[in-house]
Design a protein around this ligand. Structure first.
Ligand code: AMP
Ligand code: TRP
Length: 355
């Protein structure tokens, strides 16, 4: 980012090299409770969370405050929050290893977001492509919250001094902004190394799962066609049907990754297979190169059903017993508050707030 600071240059810390963050590593990520959790959310985000919990301190948030940047039916929002928590648990997150909680249960997110609204520049936010996509043609009618969505996201991560953030490829720009905000806060308030510059964890198969109906569009919760995505709650028949109907071209699968160029639908299905199987695209093509989609699709459907069906069954079981989910969310919120409160107390002191 190149915007000149609009704040006076601080006396200390301003001209020196940025001081590296010396605190512990911590993983933070979030998913919005906006319905239709799909294969892209699983492969791009939740599957990575499960792997990370064994090696790091982790917090996995249900970001209900982000969800309300576009209208949500209040009667459904809490149920959708429980559904994401159920998906985290069903995917294999152990709440004693990764803290599972709802964003709105920890007031420090909103407190830090306000300060970050005063650190971030209009020019930075104006460049955010997700706002442009979500606001559509009529920006005047978009909520102010939708515009400042990325400053709340930066606060989510930094109120825990999060250092690593597993997300899908579509969140890359927001994470660059979070790094810029952290850097500018440290500089403006002469607090070198106070916030870490959080690192995105994006790479790997599944970082960008595309629509089953159009290989140029990402798989999305809001696509009007249900055939475009595999929902985490789909049963085996629905999964098999959607894969059978997925758009493809007429050629057989190539023998090498180069042969996937300009074949977005083939590339997507191979990528999904690779991500589900824990293989590379090249390994998948070594197995299936030369075969047509008539042979490949049933194999992909079996693999998807084997992975997703037990998860869907577990999600249904958990949703039938919301008390268990509520217990997880309540103890997660308490654990999250314990980490966030000293950080927000330090921030208030650094900024010069009373008290
Ligand atoms: P959201 O549903 O927008 O809250 O997204 C939750 C997580 O899923 C984020 O880390 C996104 O980057 C990721 N994600 C969403 N859609 C996709 C997709 N089509 N492919 C890969 N990751 C995705
Ligand atoms: N913006 C993310 C998405 O739509 C969700 C999110 C909110 C998030 N806060 C976060 C992701 C903090 C990672 C870290 O997918």
């Amino acid at each position: 980012m190149t915007d000149a600071p609009t704040t006076p240059k601080p006396e200390k810390g301003g001209d020196s090299e940025p001081v590296p963050y010396a605190g512990p590593e911590r993983v933070f990520s979030g998913v919005q409770p906006t319905g239709n959790l799909h294969l892209g959310n699983y492969l791009g985000a939740i599957k990575k969370f499960v792997a990370l919990q064994h090696r790091h301190d982790c917090l996995f948030c249900v970001v209900d405050m982000h969800a309300v940047t576009v209208w949500q039916d209040p009667k459904r929002l809490a149920a959708q929050t429980r559904e994401i928590a159920a998906a985290y648990l069903a995917a294999g997150i152990d709440p004693s290893k990764g803290v599972i909680f709802a964003q709105s249960a920890v007031p420090a997110h909103a407190e830090l977001a306000w300060i970050f609204n005063c650190v971030a520049r209009m020019g930075w936010l104006n460049r955010m492509t997700q706002f442009k996509d979500k606001a559509g043609k009529d920006k005047e009618r978009a909520s102010v919250g939708l515009f400042v969505y990325p400053t709340l996201m930066a606060a989510d991560i930094l109120v825990y001094k999060g250092t690593h953030v597993p997300v899908g490829d579509d969140q890359k720009q927001h994470l660059e902004l979070a790094r810029d905000i952290a850097g500018k806060f440290n500089l403006d308030f002469a607090a070198p190394g106070f916030f870490p510059l959080p690192e995105p964890l994006i790479k790997g198969p599944g970082a960008r799962v595309m629509s089953l109906k159009d290989g140029s569009k990402k798989m999305s919760k809001s696509d009007p066609s249900d055939l475009s995505r595999i929902n985490l709650t789909d049963d085996a028949d629905a999964i098999a049907k959607k894969i059978k109907k997925a758009k493809t071209d007429a050629e057989p699968l190539p023998d090498s990754v180069d042969g996937l160029a300009n074949r977005p639908e083939a590339q997507n299905l191979v990528g999904v297979y690779a991500a589900l199987a824990g293989k590379t695209d090249a390994e998948v093509l070594a197995e299936f190169g030369g075969q047509g989609f008539g042979a490949f699709k049933p194999k992909l459907a079996d693999l998807a059903v084997d992975t997703l069906a037990p998860m869907a069954a577990d999600m249904r079981r958990l949703m039938d017993d919301p008390a268990e989910i509520d217990r997880v969310l309540a103890s997660g919120a308490a654990a999250a508050r314990d980490i966030a409160e000293p950080v927000i107390a330090d921030v208030k002191r650094i900024v010069g707030f009373w008290g």
